[in-house]
Design a protein around this ligand. Structure first.
Ligand code: CTP
Ligand code: MG
Length: 246
């Protein structure tokens, strides 16, 4: 929660995708990880960061009631700040636009994918701290492990950018609200919000991301996420067993 009374940090959570690559029967944000839907885990993380004033979730229109119910059932911290669910759109940019429209009071936006369900609250706090320090656009990024090549439509390599200068970009992405609203006034096909802000001409600062903020995209990612949650639950159980007196 912010100390500055005039600052309103609103987290927009795109959760309206279908999850085609994951291939489950429910939309991806509603698929459980370690027993809790991804959306509930992402919302819990935002609340635990302590830096968010309000959360707006963009869900598939037919899942709006289900989203409200699952938050009550699975996100125990909901109730400590306002959480609203609105209808998303056909593309991710349409969903973000719908979320922005529902939060005219925002001075800053954090746009955070529901699919990055295990994002550590500390990363969310770090992005917000950069905004508070005066940056206008802040994204987390991690070094890429693979060599990246550009490839022509025919399948021939057209270039090999220096890996040292590349980052894989995560969320939450933080922005001055006015900047994001202005950047979204144009309609360009981009895969993240910073892409629109870059096209608008603003500088986007990259800060160190966190491997746990990975996006659950396919079945391998889902297996990894489930294994990580199971492992940390086992660690917690072992730790609490140690403090129980004999
Ligand atoms: N998203 C959204 N509205 C859309 C498309 C995506 O709110 N029209 C959200 C997703 O719910 C997800 C995030 O944006 O939390 C990142 O998108 P992605 O990982 O691509 O999820 P999906 O679009 O659901 O997956 P896929 O592309 O495999 O269908
Ligand atoms: Mg998608």
């Amino acid at each position: 929660m912010t100390l500055d009374a005039s600052r309103r940090v609103v987290a927009l959570v795109p959760a309206a995708g279908r999850g085609v690559r994951l291939g489950e029967s429910t939309p991806k944000a509603f698929v459980p990880v370690g027993g809790s839907p991804m959306l509930a885990r992402a919302v819990d993380g935002l609340i635990a960061s302590g830096v968010v004033d309000r959360i707006v979730i963009m869900a598939p229109i037919e899942m709006i009631d289900a989203a409200r119910q699952l938050l009550t059932a699975h996100a125990p911290a909901v109730g400590s700040l306002p959480v609203d669910v609105v209808a998303g759109g056909a593309e991710r940019t349409d969903s973000v636009r719908a979320g922005m429209a529902a939060a005219p009071e925002a001075t800053h936006f954090l746009v955070h994918d529901a699919a990055r369900a295990l994002t550590p609250p500390a990363l969310i706090a770090r992005v917000t701290a950069e905004l508070t320090a005066g940056r206008h656009a802040v994204v987390p990024g991690i070094a890429v492990a693979d060599t990246i090549k550009s490839v022509s439509a025919a399948g021939d390599v057209t270039g090999t950018p220096d890996r040292a200068g590349l980052r894989a970009i995560q969320t939450p992405q933080g922005f001055d609200a006015e900047l994001l609203r202005a950047a979204y006034a144009v309609d360009l096909p981009v895969t993240d919000d910073a892409g629109l802000v870059e096209a608008f001409g603003a500088t986007v600062r990259v800060i160190p991301g966190d491997p746990l903020a990975f996006k659950i995209t396919d079945q391998l990612d889902l297996r990894l996420a489930n294994a990580l949650v199971a492992e940390s639950a086992a660690d917690e159980k072992a730790a609490s067993a140690q403090v129980v007196p004999r």
